[in-house]
Design a protein around this ligand. Structure first.
Ligand code: TUI
Length: 308
């Protein structure tokens, strides 16, 4: 399954793993890369030297292309940006803001840059800045999101830019991949599907919540703060949404979420922690290896593509 994306990145299948904070570490990322997709290590808010170590561990487990995701809200982003160049990381994805400030440094070092965008305006701006492709992420996605759905966003971004577009948000199988290609995308990025992968170093409680989730089980917190985040409904989101409705100030809301993603992913507290997941969680029924996820997805897409 060759597309402009597989050619750009030198990967077998047009599948990128989402740069999920606390989740996307080298065990998961190397399994994705070894299965023919693009594995991603999330720098998230980890100390820069931890990110360097993750990159070095990654290189021991795979000789395939991989990437690092830089979260723009991270105060360590400037240091992480430099480490990416020093360690010869081939691909960068970015999220939760514009990576324009680092573009020149990365381009000069030959790093392929694929920013996640949630609007046409941001896609056009980053194409001008030299992005190699953009990942158009709809609000079906888990975690920090924009306001437009994948179905509406992807074709509009495809019309607006000449570089390859990757679709993200609400995609977890071959139907989603085919749909994305039909919308004009050259590949997909998936997060929630890889969250429950056997190789993902995620607490069993978290994986089980995703596996048990129904289609309507996600909520969006933080719409009033300008940082909307999609996660599975629990005591934590109930408390947050109640405070938000009462007009609580930004600081109080931020305080409530501090450290709660770690609490869910690492400690397995899925009642008081933040269980980030996309709307497609309802479709994910069992843990599989990354190899199974990717080969089954590609086989299903191939079958559907033949029948079209
Ligand atoms: O970044 C994500 N998903 C994330 S980041 C994250 S860590 C976090 N945790 C709590 C609160 C906030 C963040 C968890 N999930 N997805 C990619 C993404 N990027 N979605 C939307 C955007 C985005 C938003 C605004 C990209 C660019 C952008 O630009 C705005 C501007 O003007 O800078």
């Amino acid at each position: 399954m060759q597309t402009k994306l597989t050619n750009l990145l030198g990967i077998r299948y047009p599948v990128i793993q989402g740069g999920m904070a606390w989740v996307a570490e080298y065990h998961l990322a190397s399994a994705v890369s070894n299965a023919g997709g693009l594995g991603i290590i999330a720098a998230a808010s980890a100390p820069p030297e931890v990110v360097r170590d993750q990159i070095r561990q990654m290189k021991k487990l795979t000789d395939q292309p991989f990437g690092v995701n830089v979260m723009m809200l991270n105060p360590n982003a400037p240091e992480v940006a430099k480490i990416i160049v020093e360690e010869g990381v081939p691909v960068v994805t970015t999220g939760a803001g514009s990576p324009a400030a680092y573009m020149e440094m990365w381009k000069n070092a030959g790093v392929k840059v694929l920013p996640v965008v949630a609007s046409v305006a941001m896609a056009k701006l980053l194409q001008r800045e030299g992005a190699d492709a953009v990942i158009a992420e709809g609000m079906e996605a888990g975690g920090h999101i924009g306001h437009t759905t994948t179905m509406a966003l992807v074709p509009q971004v495809c019309d607006a830019v000449d570089i390859p577009v990757v679709a993200a948000g609400g995609i977890a199988d071959g139907r989603g991949l085919c749909a994305a290609l039909m919308l004009g995308a050259q590949g997909v990025q998936m997060g929630t599907a890889f969250l429950v992968a056997k190789e993902a170093q995620v607490h069993e409680n978290y994986k089980n919540r995703v596996i048990k989730a129904k289609d309507i089980d996600t909520v969006i917190t933080g719409l009033s703060t300008g940082h909307p985040v999609r996660c599975l409904r629990n005591d934590m989101t109930k408390a947050y949404l109640k405070l938000e409705q009462e007009g609580a100030p930004f600081e109080e809301l931020e305080q409530l979420t501090l450290g709660t993603l770690r609490k869910a992913v690492i400690d397995g507290d899925v009642t008081n922690g933040t269980v980030m997941a996309g709307q497609i969680a309802g479709m994910i029924k069992e843990p599989k290896t990354c190899e199974e996820i990717i080969t089954q997805l590609v086989a299903q897409a191939d079958r559907l593509w033949e029948q079209r």
